[in-house]
Design a protein around this ligand. Structure first.
Ligand code: ADP
Ligand code: MG
Length: 211
């Protein structure tokens, strides 16, 4: 059976996970982590509650260069609640690792405060589409160093009508990047988006357990 160590996670990260009660990778983590580490584009589908967040956060953290003060990874999430949840998970990991900064960017929060934090240069940004587009239009966010992009809960993005915003965001990103899509279900519009913006993606799917 795979362990986080056998999947290539460094000891410090494995220890932080243990301290948070996370001892073994879930099936989607076991399948997705190696592909993300290999810089592949991935389309990952697994039910809600199966640990998709860590399936992308862990390999992303392993690949961030902590000495580079620029946004290297962008995670787009459909709601403020989800963005905050992802950022909280990320902060638990980065606090223990030190020297990495994560920032949540979402609507309903004072934009000036976000600007100040963006100036300090986070290496990972977790954003909702609307507020991220605001920053892009104001040119208050520098996307030019992004090499990893995650579209999280892609089916929810579709249902909330955010796919056009998501396309605008993707089109503004550097072409030389890794693109990852995580979703509980894979409606055809989501699959089409993946087809349009991904490079030979790996299809990863964890089937729902039979009950
Ligand atoms: P999803 O995005 O697939 O709906 P989440 O990433 O939000 O699921 O994870 C659901 C819950 O499972 C979270 O509380 C998370 O901390 C927990 N979790 C994630 N990975 C593991 C693991 N390997 N072992 C135990 N719990 C885990
Ligand atoms: Mg999720």
């Amino acid at each position: 059976m795979a362990t986080f160590s056998s999947l290539g996670m460094e000891e410090r990260l494995v220890n932080v996970l243990k301290n948070n009660g996370i001892n073994e990778p879930t099936p989607i983590q076991e399948k997705a982590i190696p592909s993300v580490l290999q810089k592949k584009d991935v389309i990952a589908q697994a039910q809600t509650g199966t640990g998709k967040t860590l399936a992308f956060l862990l390999p992303i953290l392993s690949k961030i260069n902590p000495d580079k003060q620029a946004i290297q990874a962008l995670i787009v999430s459909p709601t403020r609640e989800l963005a905050l949840q992802i950022t909280a998970e990320l902060n638990k990991l980065t606090e223990a690792l030190g020297n990495l900064n994560a920032l949540a960017v979402y609507g309903g929060q004072d934009i000036q405060g976000q600007l100040k934090k963006l100036e300090k240069q986070a290496q990972v940004v977790v954003a909702t589409p609307g507020r991220l587009l605001d920053h892009m239009r104001r040119e208050t966010i520098d996307l030019s160093s992004i090499s990893m992009f995650v579209l999280d809960e892609a089916d929810q993005m579709l249902h909330m009508g955010f796919l056009p915003e998501v396309e605008t965001i993707i089109e503004a990103l550097p072409e030389n990047r890794q693109t990852m899509l995580f979703s509980a279900t894979m409606p055809k519009e989501v699959r089409q988006l993946a087809k349009n913006y991904m490079n030979d993606p790996e299809d990863i799917r964890v089937k729902a357990k039979q009950v």
